[in-house]
Write a protein that binds this ligand. Structure first.
Ligand code: ZN
Ligand code: ZN
Ligand code: ZN
Length: 816
């Protein structure tokens, strides 16, 4: 497909004005254009303006065509061309092609994401004859920090945390030379003029002795890691903690002192060969690991690293060195290191030097620091390849704040801000037909995280010169993001649009798949933890017929009480008890399965209190949640019964437990059966798990291995979800338009086995299946869906004002 529009054909020489839109500023685009134009002996100029890059070029028709072709093919690694428009140019052109002054003041074109160190920079820092040999802050226009150092616009050195470092003569010459890879690279420096790394003791004492054979602070840090020490590292977007991942004692010590009992640690290795000696790495996984985004990639691991690295999981999260600092630490280490965020338990990653000394001194005796301030907390991104495509689970370093183009129909969307959810919070700005999703912020319940969220929102407002006309938020009464939105709506003239949680999940999936604004409704299948439902109960296993404007709930999982509310989220056994009590009743269970250890275990717990709570509706909200069903099953299998150390632990362990051969080869009739029943006053079809529980408990009696049981549960659940979709598709009449497209969203779709099986079975039945890739299926993607729904609503209102009609199919509810 060609991006050109209206190339003018003339017999001999032509002059064109070429507008290039996309990520074309601050990534080395102008020097690339300059080089090609000089190469082809063209006249003209290139400049940055508020809309991107503008090229005016003259020469023979053939050379100009070759110029456009090469501009597309040779675009710089971090550049992205969205659109090239050309028109004839009739003015004068400089004979010698040149780079002209930028015009139009501050542009709202894009601050690029941070990019991992490029090959050319690696060559320099490993070459003793280059002036940047072992310089830990080496970068160029093809790599290096962007979001992590930016404080304002336009993106030039004065508005980054590089401002205090005046360029030396040598760096300045590179900066001014269009033929140089560092032409207008804002963050460059060298040993003489840039930031410096220092090794400190966090207890304040001086580092002394034994350094004679060490080259520098970075080498000293490497040596400490080899000796079994935990070292704090001031990274690009926050402090990290690192240690030898093969040293079981050190990893266990890190876990204890970080007060993180089970959440898996990320790993970093020097090169792919080291990663391959612990994990299998497929083609797409390799592309992700070695790309400029350089995220943590979840890989199927073998068991050769200490269990404490990723307790109870079958995957390891690996990344390759992301900055020259990391590269130099790992250069002479032939084993992987733990590279986890520098924080205690659930607090956000530390970015401030004083805070690092306060909170990390008890964990790491040493810190490798530097004198460049961290402007913004940017966590490492997490990606997993599922069904052949990379799926982003946590979108931060390397991805944010790259804009996501909104689908056809949203061109006229007004500027708005969507506030996101509560867990894995992000927010999203709409501007110029694109959605700008913030980097992962975390759980807003933590005060420091919520502070960061507000600070980042203010920064984005400035960076993108954003003036919203409306606010969009989740309907949940207690989400801090929603409360903030309500406060803002009260103190400003901005209207607030409240959006149902699972509708936002579906809309996020539609938007990232480019589903047009006026496309027919799809069936959204949202397998999720918890979200606020329209009936005041909690939802989380939902089948919604939806487009951007409306949705109708066609089916759900069977609602079951959560005795203890938030406590039931932390303690899986509570959900197990509630499921058994709701399905067959405790008395029947206790009689029929008295021989089970499970029965003895639950008998010893305060179940009569739970019964009273459920009966009296005391702190026991009803929830149709798929996540809580996973918790209950993990508790039954005794994989995670007592307490979850992190959100989703039970489900992650249950997935890790699946026996692949059983899953692939065993007869379907042995997978656990679910039924679909019309229950309750609403007569809404529900996925009813009672038959599944009976089969599972029977397997427990016959001492079936947990690995086999987990496989049977996953396959049974996938079959049930697909059966529900098929039933709903077959129904006709008054439920609204029929659908042939199914959109999958919600945190449970990060389970690869469940996800791939549901996709496979739906495609077998000829459904078009839309899935998440660029945006998380979990609540990290919620803000994008809210933004799309908010924009659709406002576009609708505008259309209604001009046309005076409100189309609304029966069975649909509009966003309010
Ligand atoms: Zn570079
Ligand atoms: Zn310098
Ligand atoms: Zn959700």
């Amino acid at each position: 497909m060609s991006l050109h529009q209206g190339v003018v054909h003339q017999v001999e020489s032509v002059a064109l004005e070429i507008r290039v839109r996309g990520r074309v500023q601050g990534v080395g685009f102008r020097p690339m254009v300059w080089r090609i134009a000089r190469d082809l002996d063209l006249s003209g100029e290139v400049l940055n303006d508020a809309n991107g890059v503008l090229v005016r070029v003259g020469g023979s028709e053939k050379s100009v065509a070759a110029f456009i072709d090469r501009m597309e093919r040779e675009r710089p690694p971090l550049g992205r061309i969205d659109r090239i428009e050309t028109q004839p140019f009739y003015g004068d052109l400089p004979q010698l092609f040149s780079i002209a002054e930028s015009v139009g003041g501050a542009s709202h074109t894009q601050v690029a994401p941070d990019a991992a160190i490029c090959v050319a920079c690696v060559d320099e820092i490993t070459d003793p004859f280059q002036r940047r040999f072992r310089y830990p802050f080496t970068n160029c226009t093809h790599c290096g920090p962007r979001l992590g150092i930016v404080k304002g616009i336009p993106f030039d050195r004065a508005r980054t945390t590089m401002a205090p470092f005046a360029m030396c003569e040598a760096c300045g010459a590179e900066y001014r030379d269009p033929a140089d890879r560092r032409f207008h690279a804002e963050a460059i420096g060298c040993h003489a003029c840039g930031p410096k790394a220092t090794l400190l003791r966090l207890d304040g004492r001086l580092v002394s002795g034994g350094q004679h054979s060490l080259r520098d602070s970075v080498d000293a840090a490497r040596s400490l890691i080899e000796m079994g020490e935990i070292v704090a590292i001031k990274g690009l977007g926050g402090y990290q903690l690192t240690c030898d991942a093969t040293n079981a004692d050190t990893v266990a010590r890190l876990r204890r002192s970080k007060r993180r009992d089970a959440k898996p640690f990320a790993l970093m290795a020097r090169d792919l060969d080291i990663v391959r000696s612990y994990c299998s790495v497929g083609g797409e996984e390799q592309r992700q690991l070695t790309g400029a985004s350089a995220p943590i990639v979840l890989l199927d691991g073998s068991k050769r690293l200490p269990e404490a690295v990723a307790p109870g999981l079958a995957t390891l999260g690996f990344m390759l060195p992301t900055t020259p600092l990391h590269f130099l630490i790992l250069e002479h280490l032939d084993r992987p290191v733990v590279m986890t965020s520098g924080n205690l338990a659930d607090e956000p990653q530390v970015i401030d030097d004083a805070a690092a000394r306060d909170s990390l001194a008890g964990i790491a005796p040493y810190a490798l620091v530097h004198d460049r301030e961290i402007a913004n907390r940017v966590d490492d991104s997490v990606v997993r390849v599922m069904a052949g495509r990379a799926r982003v689970f946590r979108r931060a370093r390397g991805f944010a704040p790259a804009p996501i183009p909104l689908p056809p129909g949203f061109e006229a969307a007004p500027e708005l801000v969507a506030m996101g959810g509560q867990l894995k919070a992000t927010f999203c700005l709409v501007k110029d037909g694109a959605a700008i999703l913030s980097q992962h912020q975390g759980d807003l319940e933590d005060a420091a995280t919520f502070d960061d969220y507000r600070k980042t929102l203010a920064l984005y407002t400035e960076l993108f010169d954003h003036a919203p006309v409306a606010l969009v938020a989740d309907r949940h009464p207690e989400y801090l993001s929603s409360k903030l939105a309500r406060e803002l709506a009260q103190t400003s003239p901005l209207p607030l649009i409240e959006v149902q949680h699972h509708h936002a999940h579906v809309a996020a999936c539609l938007a990232e798949n480019g589903q047009a604004l006026d496309a027919p409704a799809v069936l959204g299948v949202v397998l999720d933890g918890l979200g606020w439902g329209d009936d005041g109960t909690l939802w989380g296993g939902e089948f919604l017929l939806a487009d951007y404007r409306r949705y109708g709930r066609l089916g759900s999982f069977r609602p079951v009480a959560m005795p203890g509310g938030a406590q039931a989220v932390r303690e899986p056994w509570r959900n197990l008890y509630a499921h058994l009590a709701a399905g067959m009743g405790w008395a029947k269970f206790a009689t029929k399965f008295s021989e089970l250890d499970l029965c003895a275990d639950l008998s010893g717990r305060p179940y009569t209190i739970l019964d009273a709570m459920i009966r009296g509706g005391i702190n026991s909200p009803m929830a149709s949640s798929c996540g809580r069903l996973f918790d209950a099953v993990a508790a039954a299998l005794n994989i995670c019964r007592e307490r979850q150390a992190y959100e989703g632990e039970a489900a992650a362990r249950l997935e890790a437990m699946v026996d692949r051969d059983t899953f692939r080869l065993e007869d379907e009739s042995l997978s656990y059966p679910f039924t679909i029943e019309n229950t309750g006053g609403s007569q809404l079809p529900c996925i009813e798990p009672l038959a599944m529980w009976q089969a599972l408990l029977g397997d427990l009696v016959s001492k079936t291995p947990a690995r086999v049981m987990s496989a049977r549960f996953h396959k049974g659940l996938a079959r049930a979800v697909v059966a529900m979709v098929t039933n709903l598709a077959r129904r006709d009449g008054n439920i609204g338009p029929r659908f042939d497209t199914v959109a999958l969203s919600g945190g449970c779709f990060q389970n690869r086995i469940l996800f791939e099986e549901i996709v496979r079975r739906l495609e077998q039945k000829n459904f078009v299946v839309l899935t998440h890739a660029e945006v998380p299926a979990n609540d990290g993607g919620l803000a994008l869906g809210q933004a799309a729904i908010g924009a659709a609503h406002l576009i609708n209102v505008k259309a209604d004002q001009t046309e005076g009609s409100t189309p609304c199919a029966s069975g649909f509810q509009a966003a309010s």
